[in-house]
Design a binder for this molecule. Structure first.
Ligand SMILES: Nc1ncnc2c1ncn2[C@@H]1O[C@H](COP(=O)(O)OP(=O)(O)OP(=O)(O)O)[C@@H](O)[C@H]1O
Ligand SMILES: [Mg+2]
Length: 336
Protein backbone atom coordinates (compact mmCIF):
# COMPACT_ATOMS: atom_id res chain seq x y z
CA UNK A 1 0.00 0.00 0.00
CA UNK A 2 1.28 3.44 -0.82
CA UNK A 3 1.12 5.80 2.07
CA UNK A 4 2.78 9.13 2.10
CA UNK A 5 5.54 9.68 4.65
CA UNK A 6 4.29 11.17 7.86
CA UNK A 7 6.53 14.16 8.14
CA UNK A 8 4.59 17.16 7.08
CA UNK A 9 5.46 20.57 5.84
CA UNK A 10 4.33 21.84 9.19
CA UNK A 11 6.47 23.91 11.45
CA UNK A 12 6.53 21.82 14.62
CA UNK A 13 9.10 19.10 15.12
CA UNK A 14 6.61 17.28 17.38
CA UNK A 15 3.45 15.57 16.18
CA UNK A 16 1.58 16.50 19.37
CA UNK A 17 2.37 18.99 22.09
CA UNK A 18 -0.21 19.12 24.88
CA UNK A 19 0.31 21.85 27.46
CA UNK A 20 -1.63 21.91 30.71
CA UNK A 21 -4.82 20.67 29.09
CA UNK A 22 -7.87 20.82 31.33
CA UNK A 23 -11.46 19.89 30.61
CA UNK A 24 -14.23 20.48 33.10
CA UNK A 25 -17.77 19.35 32.33
CA UNK A 26 -20.71 21.09 33.98
CA UNK A 27 -23.31 18.51 34.82
CA UNK A 28 -26.75 18.77 36.38
CA UNK A 29 -28.09 16.19 38.76
CA UNK A 30 -31.29 15.33 40.55
CA UNK A 31 -34.85 14.82 39.35
CA UNK A 32 -35.29 18.48 38.44
CA UNK A 33 -31.69 18.73 37.24
CA UNK A 34 -31.18 21.68 39.54
CA UNK A 35 -28.06 20.50 41.30
CA UNK A 36 -25.08 21.66 39.33
CA UNK A 37 -21.74 19.97 39.72
CA UNK A 38 -18.52 19.89 37.83
CA UNK A 39 -16.60 16.89 36.58
CA UNK A 40 -12.90 17.45 36.03
CA UNK A 41 -12.25 14.95 33.23
CA UNK A 42 -8.75 16.14 32.31
CA UNK A 43 -6.55 18.00 34.75
CA UNK A 44 -3.31 19.70 33.73
CA UNK A 45 -2.26 17.14 31.14
CA UNK A 46 1.01 17.84 29.35
CA UNK A 47 2.92 15.52 27.02
CA UNK A 48 4.60 15.40 23.65
CA UNK A 49 4.48 12.82 20.88
CA UNK A 50 7.26 12.57 18.30
CA UNK A 51 6.72 11.99 14.61
CA UNK A 52 6.69 8.31 13.80
CA UNK A 53 6.01 7.32 17.39
CA UNK A 54 3.38 4.94 18.70
CA UNK A 55 2.31 6.58 21.93
CA UNK A 56 -0.04 4.96 24.43
CA UNK A 57 -2.45 6.52 26.86
CA UNK A 58 -3.39 3.88 29.42
CA UNK A 59 -5.77 4.16 32.32
CA UNK A 60 -8.85 2.73 34.00
CA UNK A 61 -12.48 3.61 33.20
CA UNK A 62 -13.20 7.29 33.49
CA UNK A 63 -9.52 8.26 33.65
CA UNK A 64 -9.87 10.88 30.89
CA UNK A 65 -8.46 9.02 27.86
CA UNK A 66 -11.35 9.68 25.47
CA UNK A 67 -11.66 13.28 26.65
CA UNK A 68 -7.95 13.83 25.91
CA UNK A 69 -8.43 12.38 22.42
CA UNK A 70 -11.50 14.55 21.87
CA UNK A 71 -9.54 17.65 22.86
CA UNK A 72 -6.64 16.81 20.55
CA UNK A 73 -8.92 15.96 17.63
CA UNK A 74 -10.83 19.28 18.03
CA UNK A 75 -14.06 17.56 19.02
CA UNK A 76 -14.00 19.38 22.38
CA UNK A 77 -12.63 22.77 23.40
CA UNK A 78 -10.36 22.79 26.47
CA UNK A 79 -11.45 24.65 29.58
CA UNK A 80 -7.86 25.81 29.92
CA UNK A 81 -4.46 24.90 28.53
CA UNK A 82 -3.80 24.27 24.86
CA UNK A 83 -2.19 21.88 22.41
CA UNK A 84 -0.74 21.74 18.95
CA UNK A 85 -1.30 18.82 16.61
CA UNK A 86 1.05 18.58 13.61
CA UNK A 87 2.10 22.11 14.52
CA UNK A 88 -1.46 23.47 14.38
CA UNK A 89 -3.35 25.01 17.26
CA UNK A 90 -6.31 22.87 18.40
CA UNK A 91 -8.46 25.93 18.95
CA UNK A 92 -7.47 28.11 16.00
CA UNK A 93 -6.64 25.63 13.23
CA UNK A 94 -9.54 23.20 13.55
CA UNK A 95 -9.98 22.54 9.82
CA UNK A 96 -6.28 22.07 9.15
CA UNK A 97 -6.05 19.53 11.93
CA UNK A 98 -9.19 17.65 10.89
CA UNK A 99 -7.93 17.33 7.31
CA UNK A 100 -4.68 15.79 8.44
CA UNK A 101 -5.64 13.39 11.20
CA UNK A 102 -7.41 10.05 11.26
CA UNK A 103 -9.68 8.89 14.05
CA UNK A 104 -10.38 5.22 14.78
CA UNK A 105 -12.93 4.38 17.42
CA UNK A 106 -13.55 0.96 18.87
CA UNK A 107 -16.85 -0.89 18.53
CA UNK A 108 -19.35 -0.28 15.78
CA UNK A 109 -19.54 3.48 15.94
CA UNK A 110 -19.23 5.30 12.66
CA UNK A 111 -19.87 2.73 9.94
CA UNK A 112 -22.86 2.37 7.64
CA UNK A 113 -23.76 -1.29 7.90
CA UNK A 114 -26.44 -1.42 5.18
CA UNK A 115 -23.95 -0.67 2.43
CA UNK A 116 -20.66 -2.20 1.30
CA UNK A 117 -17.14 -1.45 2.52
CA UNK A 118 -16.43 0.30 -0.78
CA UNK A 119 -19.49 2.53 -0.41
CA UNK A 120 -18.53 3.35 3.16
CA UNK A 121 -15.02 4.35 2.14
CA UNK A 122 -16.25 6.34 -0.87
CA UNK A 123 -18.54 8.28 1.40
CA UNK A 124 -15.77 9.11 3.87
CA UNK A 125 -13.28 9.84 1.07
CA UNK A 126 -15.72 12.38 -0.38
CA UNK A 127 -16.30 13.85 3.06
CA UNK A 128 -12.57 14.39 3.46
CA UNK A 129 -12.23 15.76 -0.06
CA UNK A 130 -10.01 12.98 -1.41
CA UNK A 131 -9.71 13.70 -5.16
CA UNK A 132 -11.92 11.34 -7.19
CA UNK A 133 -9.05 10.31 -9.48
CA UNK A 134 -7.12 8.76 -6.61
CA UNK A 135 -10.07 7.77 -4.43
CA UNK A 136 -10.91 4.35 -5.85
CA UNK A 137 -7.27 3.33 -6.16
CA UNK A 138 -6.68 4.17 -2.52
CA UNK A 139 -9.83 2.33 -1.44
CA UNK A 140 -8.65 -0.79 -3.23
CA UNK A 141 -5.19 -0.56 -1.69
CA UNK A 142 -6.54 -0.02 1.79
CA UNK A 143 -9.01 -2.88 1.56
CA UNK A 144 -6.27 -5.14 0.24
CA UNK A 145 -3.98 -4.09 3.08
CA UNK A 146 -6.75 -4.85 5.57
CA UNK A 147 -7.52 -8.22 3.95
CA UNK A 148 -11.05 -7.13 3.07
CA UNK A 149 -10.87 -6.88 -0.70
CA UNK A 150 -12.61 -10.23 -1.30
CA UNK A 151 -15.61 -9.01 0.64
CA UNK A 152 -15.42 -5.36 -0.38
CA UNK A 153 -18.78 -5.40 -2.19
CA UNK A 154 -20.72 -7.15 0.58
CA UNK A 155 -22.86 -5.25 3.03
CA UNK A 156 -20.96 -4.39 6.20
CA UNK A 157 -23.71 -5.94 8.36
CA UNK A 158 -22.56 -9.34 7.11
CA UNK A 159 -19.02 -8.75 8.41
CA UNK A 160 -17.54 -10.26 11.55
CA UNK A 161 -16.46 -7.97 14.38
CA UNK A 162 -12.85 -8.21 13.33
CA UNK A 163 -13.67 -7.31 9.73
CA UNK A 164 -15.64 -4.29 10.92
CA UNK A 165 -12.70 -3.24 13.05
CA UNK A 166 -10.36 -3.50 10.06
CA UNK A 167 -12.82 -1.41 8.06
CA UNK A 168 -12.69 1.15 10.87
CA UNK A 169 -8.94 1.30 10.44
CA UNK A 170 -9.35 1.72 6.68
CA UNK A 171 -11.85 4.49 7.29
CA UNK A 172 -9.42 6.28 9.58
CA UNK A 173 -6.75 6.09 6.86
CA UNK A 174 -8.81 7.00 3.79
CA UNK A 175 -7.43 10.54 3.50
CA UNK A 176 -3.89 9.29 4.17
CA UNK A 177 -3.51 11.12 7.49
CA UNK A 178 -0.10 11.68 9.03
CA UNK A 179 -1.34 11.12 12.53
CA UNK A 180 -3.96 8.62 13.67
CA UNK A 181 -5.82 8.69 16.97
CA UNK A 182 -7.20 5.34 18.06
CA UNK A 183 -9.51 5.12 21.04
CA UNK A 184 -9.42 1.55 22.35
CA UNK A 185 -9.09 0.00 18.90
CA UNK A 186 -9.22 -3.56 20.22
CA UNK A 187 -12.17 -3.22 22.59
CA UNK A 188 -14.69 -6.04 22.31
CA UNK A 189 -12.56 -8.09 19.92
CA UNK A 190 -11.69 -11.69 20.62
CA UNK A 191 -8.00 -12.31 21.34
CA UNK A 192 -7.08 -13.47 17.83
CA UNK A 193 -8.69 -10.49 16.13
CA UNK A 194 -7.28 -8.10 18.71
CA UNK A 195 -3.83 -9.48 17.90
CA UNK A 196 -4.47 -9.04 14.18
CA UNK A 197 -5.52 -5.45 14.80
CA UNK A 198 -2.37 -4.81 16.84
CA UNK A 199 -0.28 -6.14 13.96
CA UNK A 200 -2.03 -3.76 11.56
CA UNK A 201 -1.26 -0.88 13.90
CA UNK A 202 2.41 -1.91 14.07
CA UNK A 203 2.57 -2.04 10.29
CA UNK A 204 1.18 1.47 10.01
CA UNK A 205 3.90 2.79 12.27
CA UNK A 206 6.52 0.86 10.29
CA UNK A 207 5.24 2.71 7.25
CA UNK A 208 5.97 6.00 8.98
CA UNK A 209 2.66 7.00 10.52
CA UNK A 210 2.33 8.50 13.99
CA UNK A 211 -0.25 6.87 16.26
CA UNK A 212 -1.71 7.84 19.60
CA UNK A 213 -3.80 5.05 21.06
CA UNK A 214 -5.69 4.48 24.26
CA UNK A 215 -6.16 1.16 25.96
CA UNK A 216 -7.16 -0.39 29.27
CA UNK A 217 -4.58 -3.09 28.79
CA UNK A 218 -1.03 -2.64 29.91
CA UNK A 219 0.14 -5.69 27.95
CA UNK A 220 -1.18 -4.10 24.78
CA UNK A 221 0.67 -0.87 25.47
CA UNK A 222 3.77 -2.90 26.29
CA UNK A 223 3.60 -4.77 23.00
CA UNK A 224 2.87 -1.75 20.83
CA UNK A 225 4.01 1.48 22.34
CA UNK A 226 7.34 3.17 22.39
CA UNK A 227 6.24 5.34 25.28
CA UNK A 228 3.26 5.12 27.58
CA UNK A 229 1.48 7.72 29.68
CA UNK A 230 -0.55 6.36 32.56
CA UNK A 231 -3.57 8.51 33.28
CA UNK A 232 -5.62 8.40 36.45
CA UNK A 233 -8.43 10.76 37.51
CA UNK A 234 -7.57 13.08 34.63
CA UNK A 235 -3.89 13.33 35.51
CA UNK A 236 -0.81 11.75 34.02
CA UNK A 237 0.83 9.87 36.88
CA UNK A 238 3.73 8.41 34.88
CA UNK A 239 5.18 8.73 31.39
CA UNK A 240 7.99 6.53 30.20
CA UNK A 241 8.99 3.64 27.97
CA UNK A 242 7.47 0.31 29.07
CA UNK A 243 10.82 -0.79 30.51
CA UNK A 244 11.24 2.60 32.20
CA UNK A 245 7.85 2.19 33.84
CA UNK A 246 8.87 -1.19 35.17
CA UNK A 247 11.77 0.39 36.98
CA UNK A 248 9.29 2.39 39.08
CA UNK A 249 8.36 -0.79 40.89
CA UNK A 250 11.65 -2.64 41.01
CA UNK A 251 11.99 -1.69 44.69
CA UNK A 252 9.25 -4.17 45.56
CA UNK A 253 8.50 -7.83 45.03
CA UNK A 254 5.17 -9.35 44.30
CA UNK A 255 3.97 -11.90 46.80
CA UNK A 256 1.45 -14.07 44.98
CA UNK A 257 -0.90 -16.05 47.18
CA UNK A 258 -3.13 -18.77 45.80
CA UNK A 259 -5.95 -19.78 48.07
CA UNK A 260 -9.61 -20.36 48.68
CA UNK A 261 -12.21 -18.59 50.82
CA UNK A 262 -10.39 -15.23 50.77
CA UNK A 263 -12.81 -12.34 51.33
CA UNK A 264 -12.78 -8.69 50.25
CA UNK A 265 -12.43 -7.77 53.93
CA UNK A 266 -9.18 -9.67 54.17
CA UNK A 267 -7.91 -8.04 50.99
CA UNK A 268 -8.68 -4.67 52.55
CA UNK A 269 -6.65 -5.62 55.63
CA UNK A 270 -3.59 -6.19 53.43
CA UNK A 271 -4.02 -2.68 52.04
CA UNK A 272 -3.72 -1.32 55.58
CA UNK A 273 -0.33 -2.94 56.19
CA UNK A 274 2.16 -0.01 56.05
CA UNK A 275 4.74 -1.73 53.84
CA UNK A 276 2.16 -2.92 51.34
CA UNK A 277 2.26 -0.72 48.24
CA UNK A 278 -0.52 -2.28 46.18
CA UNK A 279 -2.86 -5.25 46.33
CA UNK A 280 -4.85 -6.90 43.58
CA UNK A 281 -7.16 -9.81 44.05
CA UNK A 282 -8.99 -12.15 41.74
CA UNK A 283 -11.52 -13.73 44.04
CA UNK A 284 -13.88 -14.96 41.35
CA UNK A 285 -12.58 -18.45 40.55
CA UNK A 286 -12.18 -21.55 42.67
CA UNK A 287 -8.50 -20.81 42.78
CA UNK A 288 -8.20 -17.28 44.10
CA UNK A 289 -5.10 -15.21 43.47
CA UNK A 290 -3.92 -12.35 45.60
CA UNK A 291 -0.96 -10.20 44.55
CA UNK A 292 0.72 -8.09 47.20
CA UNK A 293 3.43 -5.61 46.21
CA UNK A 294 5.82 -4.94 49.04
CA UNK A 295 9.51 -4.24 49.58
CA UNK A 296 9.33 -6.72 52.46
CA UNK A 297 9.26 -9.70 50.08
CA UNK A 298 9.17 -12.99 51.93
CA UNK A 299 9.14 -11.18 55.30
CA UNK A 300 5.45 -10.56 54.81
CA UNK A 301 4.58 -14.25 54.79
CA UNK A 302 3.82 -14.37 58.52
CA UNK A 303 1.31 -11.55 58.03
CA UNK A 304 -0.21 -13.42 55.10
CA UNK A 305 -0.81 -16.42 57.36
CA UNK A 306 -2.19 -14.23 60.11
CA UNK A 307 -4.64 -12.29 57.91
CA UNK A 308 -5.73 -15.38 56.00
CA UNK A 309 -6.02 -17.67 58.99
CA UNK A 310 -9.66 -18.43 58.16
CA UNK A 311 -8.96 -19.17 54.48
CA UNK A 312 -7.09 -21.91 52.76
CA UNK A 313 -3.65 -21.10 51.31
CA UNK A 314 -2.46 -23.37 48.49
CA UNK A 315 0.73 -21.64 47.50
CA UNK A 316 2.82 -18.53 48.10
CA UNK A 317 5.32 -17.33 45.48
CA UNK A 318 7.67 -14.37 45.51
CA UNK A 319 7.96 -12.82 42.05
CA UNK A 320 9.60 -9.93 40.24
CA UNK A 321 7.06 -7.24 39.34
CA UNK A 322 5.74 -7.17 35.78
CA UNK A 323 4.57 -4.15 33.82
CA UNK A 324 1.02 -5.03 34.83
CA UNK A 325 2.08 -4.76 38.48
CA UNK A 326 3.72 -1.40 37.75
CA UNK A 327 0.46 -0.21 36.23
CA UNK A 328 -1.56 -1.40 39.18
CA UNK A 329 0.67 0.41 41.59
CA UNK A 330 0.70 3.61 39.55
CA UNK A 331 -3.06 3.54 39.22
CA UNK A 332 -3.52 2.87 42.91
CA UNK A 333 -1.32 5.88 43.47
CA UNK A 334 1.16 4.45 45.89
CA UNK A 335 4.44 4.93 44.07
CA UNK A 336 6.60 6.94 46.38
N1 LIG B 1 -19.81 14.94 28.05
C1 LIG B 1 -19.54 14.70 29.33
N2 LIG B 1 -20.26 15.27 30.30
C2 LIG B 1 -19.98 15.05 31.60
N3 LIG B 1 -18.98 14.26 32.04
C3 LIG B 1 -18.23 13.66 31.12
C4 LIG B 1 -18.47 13.82 29.71
N4 LIG B 1 -17.54 13.09 29.03
C5 LIG B 1 -16.78 12.48 29.97
N5 LIG B 1 -17.20 12.82 31.21
C6 LIG B 1 -16.59 12.37 32.48
O1 LIG B 1 -15.21 12.66 32.44
C7 LIG B 1 -14.44 11.62 33.01
C8 LIG B 1 -13.45 11.07 31.99
O2 LIG B 1 -14.17 10.40 30.97
P1 LIG B 1 -13.47 9.74 29.70
O3 LIG B 1 -14.55 9.26 28.82
O4 LIG B 1 -12.50 10.70 29.13
O5 LIG B 1 -12.69 8.54 30.36
P2 LIG B 1 -11.96 7.29 29.67
O6 LIG B 1 -10.60 7.23 30.27
O7 LIG B 1 -12.07 7.38 28.20
O8 LIG B 1 -12.81 6.07 30.24
P3 LIG B 1 -13.18 4.65 29.52
O9 LIG B 1 -11.99 3.79 29.73
O10 LIG B 1 -14.36 4.18 30.31
O11 LIG B 1 -13.49 4.92 28.09
C9 LIG B 1 -15.45 10.60 33.52
O12 LIG B 1 -15.70 10.87 34.86
C10 LIG B 1 -16.67 10.88 32.67
O13 LIG B 1 -17.83 10.50 33.35
MG1 LIG C 1 -12.92 6.15 26.76
Amino acid sequence: MELSPQHGQESSDKAIVAEHLCKVFNVTKGILRRTKTQVVAVKDVSFEVNYGELFGLVGPNGAGKTTTIKLLTTMLIPTSGNATVLGFDIQKDVTKIRERIGIVLGGERGLYTRVSAIDNLRYFADLYGVPVNIRDKRIKELLQFMGLWDRARDRVETYSKGMKQRLHLARGLIHDPQLIFMDEPTIGLDPEIAKETRNMIKELVEKGKTVLLTTHYMFEADELCKRVAIIRNGEIVALDTPSGLKKYVMDASVVEVEGFGITEKEVARFREVPEVLAVSADLSENKQVLKIQTPKGSEIISEVHEILKNSRIYDIKIKEPTLEDAYLRLVEGSVK
